[in-house]
Design a binder for this molecule. Structure first.
Ligand code: PLP
Length: 410
């Protein structure tokens, strides 16, 4: 039984008949971000490139948002390019670097667990740009890519390594600082850039781009209670990036187009909030995860965690239950009042087997049957426990409906 209590500001319950446990997909807009967006839309509606007074006010608001986001990320020397999403930021980093060196041999090393906006972009470049080659580096069975596996893939013509900070399906934190150190000691370091997709980690674990040692880092506002339509690419002073969108000189010539100031202001406000609440969020999410798993164990549900048990994002759980189908679990939980997701990306209504779990060489029942529960700061301990109880009850019911010959995967 859930105890009635006043909703957390990051849980807009009036819009949510279900208990939302899919924060890795997107998050509710924080009231502070909404207020910053309102203010930008009503007070700074002029074009930031205009030289008149309202234009200059909009420009000042834009630069204030940039400084505030840079401060939240502890960026001292790096520059920050606003984009429409992390997908765009990943495209901009990869294509912007490759297009700047067309005609030269270019080798990309990309981890096999990257988000599709990285993986598919790298594959596209290797297919379409002459002299571009690609090595995809698999993780171990816990979903962690080892620095030595990346090192083994490096060649004299390697010019970029892409390794995410934390995986969006398993939550596995990747050894980015170790890879940065390994690259720095490589004889070819001056040609190699490290690109880190930090979309899932920002706001959940400490994130410091300069301390991590990355050259490019990407972010998405809607993953940390900011709005959709805002992302960012962070670029180190030793790297450059050709634009993908040509036209005006916005974003220092890196991205033409009048800036989406309300979304940018919302992103900066959400980032400030995320950093201010980081310690609290981190321990809250870890507690919800522990309660959820303890309740599942207490219900004696046979399940297998996909991904590491430690060194992972707090509050993100990826699991498979022997013999039970992903769709039945997701739909059954939805009917029971809980919004959870497939472990794998579902971008057209069709759920593909997870490329991340496949790269981890897990058996098919785990790659095809995985579900992901991702808690947010607005979830309560009672919700975590009731979600586990609901999952255990659902699994029991589904197991009882299995044909006698169905239990093959245990
Ligand atoms: N990178 C990771 C790790 C993600 O989880 C996502 C979204 O799920 C993205 C990139 C793409 O973010 P956006 O929705 O801003 O394009």
């Amino acid at each position: 039984m859930l105890v009635a209590q006043s909703p957390h500001p990051l849980t807009p319950r009036e819009a949510l008949p279900l208990i939302y446990l899919d924060h890795a997909a997107t998050t509710p807009l924080a009231p502070q971000a909404a207020a910053a967006m309102d203010r930008a839309a009503s007070c700074f509606w002029a074009n930031p490139s205009s030289v008149h007074t309202p234009g200059r006010a909009a420009r000042a608001a834009l630069e204030e948002a940039r400084e505030s986001l840079a401060a939240a990320l502890n960026l001292k020397k790096y520059s920050l390019i606003f984009t429409s999403s992390a997908s765009e930021a990943n495209n901009l980093a990869l294509k912007g670097r490759v297009y700047g060196r067309v005609g030269h041999p270019q080798h990309l090393v990309v981890s096999a667990i990257e988000h599709d906006s990285m993986r598919h972009t790298a594959r596209y470049l290797a297919k379409t740009v002459p002299h571009v080659t690609l090595t995809e580096v698999p993780p171990d069975s816990n979903g962690v890519v080892s620095p030595s596996a990346i090192q083994a893939a490096i060649r004299p013509e390697t010019m970029l390594v892409a390794l995410m900070h934390a995986n969006n399906e398993t939550g596995a934190i990747q050894p980015v600082p170790q890879v940065a150190r390994m690259l720095k000691s490589s004889p070819d370091y001056r040609n190699i850039a490290l690109l880190c997709d930090a979309v899932q980690s920002f706001g959940k674990i400490p994130l410091d781009c300069e301390a991590l040692g990355c050259d490019y880092m990407t972010l998405s506002a809607h993953k940390f209670n900011g709005p959709r339509g805002a992302g960012a690419l962070v670029v180190s002073p030793r790297c450059s990036c050709d634009p993908l969108i040509h036209g005006g000189t916005q974003e220092s010539g890196h991205r033409a187009g009048t800036e989406n100031l309300p979304a940018i202001a919302g992103m900066a406000a959400a980032a400030q909030l995320a950093v201010a609440r980081l310690a609290e969020t981190q321990s809250h999410l870890a507690r919800l995860e522990a309660l959820f798993l303890a309740a599942l164990c207490a219900a004696e549900l046979p399940f297998q965690l996909n991904g590491p048990a430690a060194d992972k994002l707090p509050g993100m759980i990826n699991l498979s239950i022997p013999d039970l189908a992903q769709d039945d679990l997701i739909v059954g939980m939805d009917l029971a009042g809980f919004a959870i997701s497939a472990g794998s990306a579902c971008s057209s209504g069709v759920v593909e087997p997870s490329h991340v779990l496949q790269a981890m060489s897990l058996p098919e029942w785990r790659t095809r049957g995985s579900i992901r529960i991702s808690f947010g700061p607005g979830n309560t301990p009672a919700e975590a426990e009731s979600a586990a109880d609901a999952l255990a009850a659902l699994a029991q019911r589904l197991e009882a409906e299995l044909p006698a010959s169905g239990a093959q995967s245990r």
